[in-house]
Design a protein around this ligand. Structure first.
Ligand SMILES: Cc1cc2nc3c(=O)[nH]c(=O)nc-3n(C[C@H](O)[C@H](O)[C@H](O)COP(=O)(O)O)c2cc1C
Length: 179
């Protein structure tokens, strides 16, 4: 019987869209823990938008509140971020830099207005130097339509299948060596 994948779903969301997707992924995967990246200062309104755009453009890593969970205690960590100026949201950048050496296997979720999502996937790979088990980009429009539920399910199936594929050889070789 396949071993249950211990999953942590980590998300940052300014206006709730990425949080909604992260919750769907957590439910579909039966995730053990969810972690919402939070900050001391808010980002609402036009000034919050401008500051967010600026931080993303120049690659600033703002202060975030201390995360509650240690990614190294899980088999898989799902990282979910919105796109800001064709870059990852700056609080997610801070989280990745803070936890860089602690990630087991990862998978990426990106939400966007309509462009830049795939570029953000490459940035996340580069920043933590890991190939993800699976990746998903969802647009605001897709989030408004029911169709995104299938995309979320397909993404979660890919996470589990790829995890089993990557860990199967180890399990088998251990089995072979056991008396
Ligand atoms: C500062 C800022 C910059 C953005 N830049 C882009 C962009 O470059 N490309 C894009 O498709 N959407 C862009 N968006 C739209 C968001 O990526 C999109 O609305 C996302 O779903 C928001 O997620 P959230 O509701 O979890 O905050 C931007 C949004 C903000 C606030």
């Amino acid at each position: 019987m396949a071993k249950k994948v211990r999953a942590l779903v980590v998300s940052f969301s300014r206006s709730g869209g990425t949080k909604k997707v992260a919750d769907l992924v957590a439910t579909a995967l039966g995730a053990d823990k969810v972690e919402e990246i939070t900050e001391m200062q808010h980002r609402a309104g036009p000034l919050g938008y401008l500051r967010s755009a600026w931080e993303a453009l120049v690659g600033i890593a703002p202060n975030i509140n201390s995360p509650s969970h240690d990614p190294s205690e899980f088999d898989v960590v799902i990282l979910a971020t919105p796109v800001w100026m064709a870059r990852m949201a700056s609080p997610m950048r801070t989280y990745l830099l803070k936890m860089e050496s602690k990630f087991p296997r990862v998978a990426f979720v990106v939400t966007e207005g309509g462009s830049g999502g795939h570029r953000v996937l490459l940035q996340m790979r580069d920043l933590i130097r890991k190939m993800p088990l699976a990746e998903m980009v969802l647009t605001e429009d897709e989030l408004k339509q029911a169709g995104h539920l299938q995309k979320v399910k397909a993404f979660c199936d890919r996470v589990v299948t790829q995890y089993e594929k990557e860990t199967a050889p180890l399990a088998l070789s251990i089995k072979k060596t056991m008396p």
